[in-house]
Design a binder for this molecule. Structure first.
Ligand code: G3I
Length: 375
């Protein structure tokens, strides 16, 4: 008679218990889980993703990220292209997606000279509007938009890119017509519309000493007038040979010393040569296409990929060192295919700036960043 081997019940229970505990203590395998308790890991999402037309990106988004930023659909030119005419469909879908998936929702951006609709600054005769009229238009826009999402948005990029690399005021219509008080007014209008959401100042090239000092001075002046700035956004549009991480760290510490949370708001590392090293992330910049500026149109050489990964790892090492004041790191996109860097400052190039490739696969550096967080 064939002996039926029976396994004692206590052994089975022990085995099940062990395997469950082993699973529950298994190391995190996603970015958001690895950085849980350190800082949020976010991604900018575009209209395609917001509209549910990009399942591959959506799958990565839900798996790897716990914060989302509207890449474009909450900019004033999108929301209010004509005076008093608002288009909220995309923004509504963006906020709803964030709520349905338990994500920290970042509104970007209320006041930005670059993507404000033309009507914002001109009167019926095509002249510059008066200071009072522009203040009223700012207040109407901010109040309408922020009130609509009151209690649902973790934080707003209230003002974007108001300071130049040398620390001077950017010569925009907001600055020219209202003066530097446009920043204070924007924060006051936003705070009035939603007292509980966080309010940020956001800018690029923040590792430059001049920009750092100019932003610190501006924030100190706001604070001296009783205006609370909850966070400072360091956009993070970097490359293989910048930023200088020591200078980056000095800026991070300077902003944290103001009592503001530090947010890396638009992170990507271009691997492509820049036609102008001073161009920062000024979206107005544009240069003619030349093949020499698009050296990796077919694929990215391994040695260049290694430099890219090293840049990401070096940056995250600095961020982890200051995890106490870094509140969020947001990648400016999910897949390389959708990055704005493929078309800026030169249209029609092939860049590789993000963490997921054109096949929507995680680059090897993702595992490296997860490991960094666990060490
Ligand atoms: O959606 C329209 C499409 O209907 C039209 O056919 C096409 C014609 O060119 O334009 C499309 O809109 C483009 C939009 O991106 C969506 O792709 C706009 O022209 C283009 O200007 C816009 O570029 C965005 C840029 O900001 C200006 O708003 C980029 O996607 C976005 O990544 C970039 O992000 C900015 C941050 O908001 C602020 N910091 C700098 C960063 C890079 O410039």
């Amino acid at each position: 008679m064939k002996l039926r081997k029976t396994i004692p019940l206590f052994f089975v229970a022990g085995l099940v218990g062990w395997s469950l505990s082993a699973c529950s203590s298994a190391e995190p395998t996603t970015l958001k889980d690895a950085y849980s308790g350190k800082f949020l890991i976010g991604a900018a999402i575009n209209k395609n993703i917001v509209s549910g037309n990009d399942d591959a990106s959506m799958e990565i988004l839900k798996r790897e990220f716990n914060s989302i930023t509207a890449e474009n659909c909450m900019k004033s030119a999108w929301l209010q292209p004509e005076k008093g005419v608002f288009h909220f469909d995309d923004a509504d879908r963006f906020v709803q997606f964030g709520e349905e998936n338990g994500m920290a929702i970042i509104g970007h951006c209320l006041i930005w000279h670059s993507q404000a609709p033309k009507w914002f600054f001109t009167d019926e005769k095509g002249q510059d509007v008066s200071r009072d009229e522009l203040i009223q238009r700012m207040q109407d826009h901010i109040t309408t938009v922020v009130s609509r999402y009151k209690g649902r948005i973790k934080g707003w990029d209230v003002v974007n890119e108001a300071i130049m690399d040398d620390g001077s005021w950017r010569d925009t219509k907001f600055y020219r017509i209202i003066g530097e008080d446009f920043v204070k007014l924007a924060f006051l209008f936003a705070r009035e519309a939603d007292p509980d959401c966080e309010l940020y100042y956001n800018d690029y090239s923040m590792m430059h000493e001049g920009k750092r000092n100019g932003v610190v001075e501006m924030i100190k002046n706001l604070q001296a007038q009783g205006v609370k700035v909850d966070g400072i956004g360091m956009q993070g549009h970097y490359g293989l040979d910048f930023p200088d991480f020591a200078e980056f760290e000095k800026s991070l510490v300077a902003f944290a010393d103001l009592g503001c949370g530090v947010h890396i708001t638009e992170l990507d590392f271009t691997v492509l040569p820049s036609p102008d090293s001073q161009v920062g992330a000024d979206v107005a910049a544009g240069f003619e296409y030349q093949q020499a500026l698009n050296p990796y149109s077919e694929e990215l050489p391994e040695e260049v990929a290694a430099q890219l990964y090293s840049q990401y790892a070096d940056l995250f090492a600095v961020l982890l060192k200051h995890a106490g004041c870094v509140e969020r790191v947001t990648l400016w996109g999910i897949s390389d295919a959708d990055s704005w860097r493929n078309d800026w400052p030169v249209r029609g190039r092939t860049d590789y700036p993000l963490l997921f490739d054109r096949e929507y696969q995680a680059k090897p550096v993702v595992k490296k960043l997860i490991k960094l967080a666990l060490n």
